[in-house]
Design a protein around this ligand. Structure first.
Ligand SMILES: Nc1nc2c(ncn2[C@@H]2O[C@H](COP(=O)(O)OP(=O)(O)OP(=O)(O)O)[C@@H](O)[C@H]2O)c(=O)[nH]1
Ligand SMILES: [Mg+2]
Length: 389
């Protein structure tokens, strides 16, 4: 399963975002280092379920909106020099190792300093925080490489030793391939065997870019001064109100409103049942959603999975005529596959044995066999025929 990590300085709203996205328990408080060890939970990316278009009755979606699970990690707050052990230190960078992509949460209201201490709104420039996280991650990766560098460099003098393979082994935990090592070397404009410390740091910056795609989300937009928002809107970043999303999910669970995560707006079920405080709170959230097209939480998760990680949703079925599995469940599974995947890749994703025994695949919409090399499309419904059961 795909894993997304929420990273950023203390007190920017990571745990609030996590709680809103997963509804799992997480401590939230208005001071730095509330989270001491990472929280792990399951959130969802949203897509349109094919059942509507096909006129099917499916029990796996909410009225045509389908939610596909992803792991989410809420990492402890990171401060400048975390790679040297400052704040809660280095081990928390290690939580990022497991992540396929990173959602960098920044405080777009500018009301916290680099360490997460409270300031007046707008007093801190959130753009400073974007650069800091990239630097900390680079130095963390460099720390890993540096530990092995003397040995690697010695080995590089011997015949038949491939430095790219050696470095890739050091970065196994990051899932970097020897080809990507070569790409990073090229992008950094260095020659691994003959470079200096600065060269290696540039190289590590590229490794971070390749192995940990990142989206920056300006959180707390509901509390951000207008001029700051106007300036941040010119930057390549998304926005969220994690507190707003959390309130909406709770209100929806209490049947006060109708809201599907990712909707651009919610609807009040029964105006009369709301207290004046609830009405005021919801009106504030509605104003933010109107400006930003929603609370931004679902949008950020979707962006991370569909754009940064290039995933599409594919539905494997056992019976292409009824679009169901052996037990008659319609469209029971949804898999997040990398763009460019083939039916054989899907078979392996379903189960290694199914992949090994893969014979052919059928497109359930056309009932036609598809080639092994067929590139799966978003929303494809595929029957896999395999000698394995
Ligand atoms: N106005 C506003 N406040 C928010 C939002 N998200 C979080 N907060 C508040 O920001 C404070 C910090 O939230 P947390 O979720 O604990 O922050 P964190 O990043 O997990 O903090 P650490 O665990 O200390 O690193 C709390 O008082 C939250 O209620 C938001 O979208 N809008
Ligand atoms: Mg936290």
């Amino acid at each position: 399963m795909i894993t997304l990590a929420l990273a950023g300085k203390p007190n920017c709203g990571k745990s609030t975002f996590f709680k809103a996205a997963t509804l799992a328990h997480a401590e939230i408080a208005n001071y730095p280092f509330t989270t001491i060890s990472a929280n792990f939970g399951v959130g969802y990316v949203r897509t349109t379920c094919p059942c509507k278009e096909l006129g099917l009755v499916c029990s796996a979606c909410q009225d045509g909106d389908r939610f596909v699970p992803v792991n989410i990690i809420d990492v402890a707050g990171l401060v400048p020099d975390a790679h040297k052990g400052r704040g809660l230190g280095n081990q928390f960078l290690d939580n990022l190792r497991q992540a396929d992509a990173i959602i960098h949460v920044v405080d777009a209201s500018g009301a916290t300093d680099s360490e997460g201490n409270l300031l007046n709104p707008g007093a801190h420039d959130p753009l400073v925080d974007i650069a800091f996280l990239k630097f900390e991650m680079t130095m963390w990766v460099y720390g890993i490489l540096d530990k092995h560098w003397a040995k690697l460099h010695r080995q590089a003098q011997t015949k038949g030793f491939f430095i790219h393979k050696g470095v890739a082994e050091v970065f196994t935990g990051l899932g970097v391939t020897p080809e990507e090592i070569r790409d990073a070397e090229l992008a950094a404009g260095i020659d691994l065997v003959h470079t200096d410390e600065q060269g290696l740091i540039s190289f590590c910056r590229e490794i971070v870019k390749i192995s940990k795609p990142m989206i920056v989300v300006g959180n707390k937009v509901d509390a951000a001064p207008q001029e700051l928002v106007a300036r941040l809107k010119t930057e390549n970043m998304a926005f969220s109100s994690a507190a707003g999303e959390l309130a909406l999910r709770n209100a929806s669970n209490a049947h006060l409103i109708r809201y599907i995560p990712g909707d651009p707006m919610f609807r009040v079920m029964d105006e009369g049942s709301l207290s004046p405080a609830q009405k005021g709170g919801l009106a504030k959230i509605a104003a933010t959603m109107k400006e930003f097209g929603g609370t931004g939480v679902q949008q950020a998760l979707n962006h991370a999975v569909y754009s940064l990680l290039d995933r599409i949703v594919v539905y494997p079925v056992e019976d292409e005529h009824h679009y169901c599995d052996g037990k008659g469940r319609v469209l029971p599974d949804a898999f997040l596959m990398k763009k460019g995947s083939t039916p054989r890749d899907l078979a392996f994703q379903v189960h290694t044995d199914i992949g090994k025994g893969f014979l052919y695949a059928v497109d359930a919409r056309t009932k036609m066999r598809v080639k092994d090399t067929h590139e799966l499309k978003d929303g494809d419904i595929i029957r896999i025929v395999s000698i394995a059961k």
